[in-house]
Design a binder for this molecule. Structure first.
Ligand SMILES: Nc1ncnc2c1ncn2[C@@H]1O[C@H](COP(=O)(O)OP(=O)(O)O)[C@@H](O)[C@H]1O
Ligand SMILES: [Mg+2]
Length: 465
């Protein structure tokens, strides 16, 4: 990101200039938690740097040259002020200062790590990250809420927005594709809250999910067949349960000659096929105009001669349009939605349509859901941080007013081991002929499907009872 040099980001340090060298040992941020004296030293160096540097000139340099320039001056300041530091401490301080002047400040080291899924900043003093499914508190902090707000401002300015009291909520995106949400006071009470869902270039594959134990090889095989054979699928799960990842996995098995249109709030999916049109919604601008909703996109999709429509996240009335698409020859359309079980996914779809202002009797809506959705794949993030595919469930039809479903695969939690990890197992339910059997046959995949279902049953028999 280019530097907004001269912007209020470069604010004078809070700490007063202190005479004498700080104790060097405390400068080492071994546990990521920096000491007060580190911040004081940094403050001293920072204010001297701001006095010494020509910001206008720095702004004309590219990032590397600017970093070099800052390095020279910082080294000089450290020498003049007689600050005692080891080379590695000096490097750390230099990085830290460059990050403040040229980038996203204390967030930079977190943004540089690719093992982090989410970064959650709750005001200047509290930063959490999610790594491998678990949430940890870090020692990272911002100088104060003003510095944090400045960084939020720098982030949202890249999508032409600003956050302030009159417009305190904003979605944005980092240059690397990471999704950002900012909410600032007075709505967030303890300082700006910044949430970053980091973009992972290397999307997980079904093979990897299998290796992680998120699904069995047989279950994975069935998902591949579902992806290929144009089975209308809904992926359901909680926040961060792996819905988008799973949707992306399923799309890999779509044949190359299909015309696919994707609709997303922020483009995350990475389709491998050649014939793809990617669409993205647009939030309203500062004047509240120009919004393009998911529903607008999905409706428009239907006029674009799609073969499949993929909706990143179904949250509202677009559920109706997606179901219609599924029901009118766009077989193999897919979408994710937020629900904790396949059953709840069905009722969520119904309520999204009801609340969308379609005055249809609930029975009609249910019939429409039954006629459209073939399979619900449920993802879950369990309390030990592991992510599992807990259900592959088929929608069969109606019995009276009730939608009937049938599970093909289930994940059962058995217990907890000594280290707090959950133990469990995937098992097939012994269904030999899923409802999409004919469809699999049409695509010449029925042998593979039968083999996967058989293998799943055999694998089940070897499980402890
Ligand atoms: N089965 C899995 N095992 C391990 N990590 C996963 C798995 N599925 C997803 N993830 C990771 O979890 C994070 C959230 O996944 P994502 O698909 O974006 O969730 P959702 O769309 O449900 O919010 C991502 O960093 C992703 O790489
Ligand atoms: Mg998602």
């Amino acid at each position: 990101p280019s530097a907004g040099l001269g912007a209020p980001l470069i604010s004078p340090p809070l700490a007063p200039v202190k005479a004498g060298p700080p104790p060097a040992a405390t400068l080492l941020a071994t546990d990521n938690r920096r000491s007060e004296s580190y911040y004081e030293t940094k403050g001293t160096v920072f204010s001297a740097l701001i006095e010494a540097i020509d910001l206008a000139q720095l702004a004309r340099l590219d990032a590397d040259a600017a970093r070099e320039e800052i390095r020279d001056i910082v080294n000089e300041i450290i020498a003049i002020k007689n600050i005692v530091m080891s080379i590695s401490e000096q490097e750390e301080l230099l990085d830290d200062i460059c990050n403040d002047v040229l980038g996203y400040g204390p967030l930079e080291p977190l943004l540089a790590r690719d093992d982090i899924a989410d970064i959650m900043v709750n005001g200047s003093g509290t930063v959490y990250i999610e790594v491998a499914g678990k949430i940890h508190k870090t020692g990272i902090r911002f100088r104060d809420n003003q510095q944090l707000l400045n960084i939020c401002q720098r982030i949202v300015s890249q999508v032409g927005r600003r956050v302030d009291e009159s417009s305190p909520i904003c979605d944005a995106r980092l240059a690397d594709g990471s999704r950002v949400n900012v909410i600032v006071p007075p709505l967030s009470i303890d300082g700006p809250a910044l949430t970053i869902r980091k973009f992972t270039k290397e999307k997980l594959t079904l093979e990897q999910l299998t290796r992680f134990g998120s699904i069995t090889p047989e279950g994975g095989e069935i998902l591949k067949i579902i992806g290929r054979c144009r089975v209308n699928s809904i992926i359901s799960g909680g926040t961060g349960s792996g819905k988008t990842t799973l949707l992306n996995c399923l799309t890999r098995y779509i044949d190359d000659d299909e015309r696919i249109i994707t609709c997303e709030d922020a483009a995350e999916l990475q389709l491998q096929q050649p014939h793809v049109v990617r669409l993205e919604t647009r939030p309203p601008n500062i004047e509240g105009e120009g919004q393009v909703t998911m529903r607008d996109l999905v409706k428009n999709c239907l006029r674009m001669r799609p073969e499949r429509i993929i909706v990143g996240e179904v949250r509202g009335p677009e559920a109706f349009d997606l179901l219609q698409a599924m029901n009118t020859g766009h077989d193999g359309s897919m979408g994710t939605l937020h629900a904790n079980s396949p059953r709840e996914a069905l009722s969520r779809m119904e309520s999204m349509i009801t609340m969308g202002g379609f005055s249809l009797p609930s029975r009609t809506i249910r019939e429409m859901i039954c006629a459209s959705v073939d399979v619900i794949v449920q993802a879950a993030r369990l309390r030990d941080g592991s992510r599992r595919i807990t259900h592959i469930t088929e929608v069969l039809g109606m019995e009276g007013d009730v939608i009937i479903t049938q599970d093909l695969f289930l994940y059962e939690i058995i217990g907890e081991d000594a280290s707090g990890n959950l133990t469990g197992r995937h098992r097939s339910t012994g269904i030999g002929r899923p409802r999409f059997w004919e469809r699999a046959r049409y695509y010449g995949e029925e042998k593979r499907l039968a083999a996967a279902l058989d293998a799943a049953e055999i694998a089940d028999e070897s499980l402890p009872r």
